[in-house]
Design a binder for this molecule. Structure first.
Ligand SMILES: [Mg+2]
Length: 161
């Protein structure tokens, strides 16, 4: 794949489960999260995220994420690529504000919210899931939280090493 005009390779980074600790956040309201079915998780997540003020904005960063993303953005043209919750419109706004809260102005205009991650062209996508077509991304899918890339230090080693 050709590089873009800045000469840097393009890197996309998912938010929930990669930089923002969604699981820790939702477990504050649903301690039995681990034992719920996929269906129940979906329904209850809609309820909670739709009723708790600033649910997404208040999510804690995942360990090592902020530092790693700052380093990676020097080497790669970096964008956040996240699927906000369609039934929770405030999640779109809060994701934008979360980035400003943790990165100041350095990711200004570098947030892409979509349910079709495969339509974005680039070299790498760091994502903890294959859903929203992340598994069909045409570049390399760095599957965060899985065996090869369990945490940010393994991702840093691979992308900056
Ligand atoms: Mg995710």
């Amino acid at each position: 794949m050709e590089q873009n005009l800045t000469g840097k390779k393009i890197l996309y980074i998912d938010m929930d489960g990669v930089v923002a600790n969604f699981e820790k956040g939702i477990k504050q309201y649903l301690p039995d999260w681990d034992s719920l079915s996929e269906d129940d998780r979906g329904k209850k997540t809609d309820e909670i995220c739709g009723s708790v003020d600033n649910f997404f904005l208040d999510l804690h960063p995942i360990e090592g994420a902020i530092d790693a993303v700052n380093k990676l953005s020097n080497k790669y043209e970096t964008y956040f690529l996240s699927a906000a919750m369609w039934n929770v419109p405030q999640s779109f706004t809060e994701k934008r504000l979360w980035i400003e809260k943790h990165f100041g102005n350095s990711f200004r205009k570098r947030l892409i919210l979509t349910h079709r991650k495969d339509l974005n062209i680039g070299h790498y996508l760091i994502d903890d899931r294959t859903s929203h077509y992340a598994g069909d991304f045409k570049g390399k899918h760095i599957h965060f939280g899985q065996e090869e890339f369990p945490d940010w230090s393994s991702v840093e080693k691979f992308l900056l090493g």
